[in-house]
Write a protein that binds this ligand. Structure first.
Ligand code: CA
Ligand code: CA
Ligand code: CA
Length: 116
């Protein structure tokens, strides 16, 4: 089936994660991501995606989910993950993915920010 010609219609494979399980979420390389109505914004702060679903773009180190990795995230990680040990909310801060949030992760995050 060919889509109607027109703005916003594409005929690429949308790369659904798992159609067999009726899972219509997108793979991270789906051509639908950020190709929807440019006037609309997804909950993750990016341009809208084509279709009913959207792909949540998570940025490693972006612990306050504002789509920027900066000093605020470092403070957030130190406060929430290292000082208070709320480990369950700290996946964003485990930059070397060793299962632990510590100074090593902070150093990696600082380097990311400085090199950005
Ligand atoms: Ca999007
Ligand atoms: Ca942030
Ligand atoms: Ca770590």
């Amino acid at each position: 089936m060919e889509p109607e010609p027109g703005v916003g219609n594409i005929s690429l494979n949308p790369l659904f994660s798992n159609l067999n399980n009726s899972n219509f979420s997108y793979e991270n390389n789906s051509p639908c991501i950020n190709q929807g109505d440019p006037q609309l914004v997804d909950p993750d702060g990016s341009r809208s995606d084509i279709g009913a679903n959207y792909y949540f773009i998570t940025i490693l180190g972006d612990c306050n989910d504002d789509s920027n990795v900066n000093i605020v995230d470092i403070v957030s990680i130190i406060d929430n993950c290292i000082m208070n040990d709320f480990a369950e909310t700290c996946n964003c801060g485990d930059l070397n993915e060793d299962g632990d949030i510590n100074i090593v992760d902070i150093v990696i995050l600082v380097n990311i920010i400085l090199n950005d």
